[in-house]
Write a new protein. Structure first.
Length: 121
């Protein structure tokens, strides 16, 4: 019998497409999610205003911390995005968020749990 090397399954575990999503594939999904939330009549106007302000800030070439600063250039964008995301999850009814989020509700539920943990501390 010939000894054929077996593939190392430990180093290449099978992952579904959702586990391998990169940030680049998540950005269009988030943009679509936020667009649909902004267009929904059940979403409060304050959330729509926050989403509009976030979009304007992210599209603007003027930043609080310039993007050219190594290691910190996108920090202001990430902080603002996290504040708005927390605000959206607090103000929009959960069923509306789930409806517009799509199929992968596990990610959304993980975000909600983490948000709840930080509010308790």
């Amino acid at each position: 019998m010939e000894d054929t090397p077996k593939p190392d399954t430990a180093s290449t575990p099978e992952e579904g497409p959702r586990e391998k999503q990169s940030l680049l594939t998540l950005v269009p999904r988030l943009a679509k999610f936020l667009y649909h939330l902004a267009a929904d009549e059940r979403v409060p106007w304050t959330v729509k205003a926050a989403l509009g302000g976030l979009a304007a800030y992210l599209a603007s070439p003027v930043d609080i911390i310039p993007d050219a600063v190594p290691g910190g250039g996108y920090l202001d964008d990430l902080l603002l995005l996290s504040f708005v995301a927390s605000f959206v999850l607090a103000k929009v009814p959960p069923e509306v968020v789930r409806e517009h989020w799509g199929e992968d509700v596990q990610v959304l539920e993980r975000i909600r749990r983490e948000r709840g943990k930080t509010e308790e501390e």
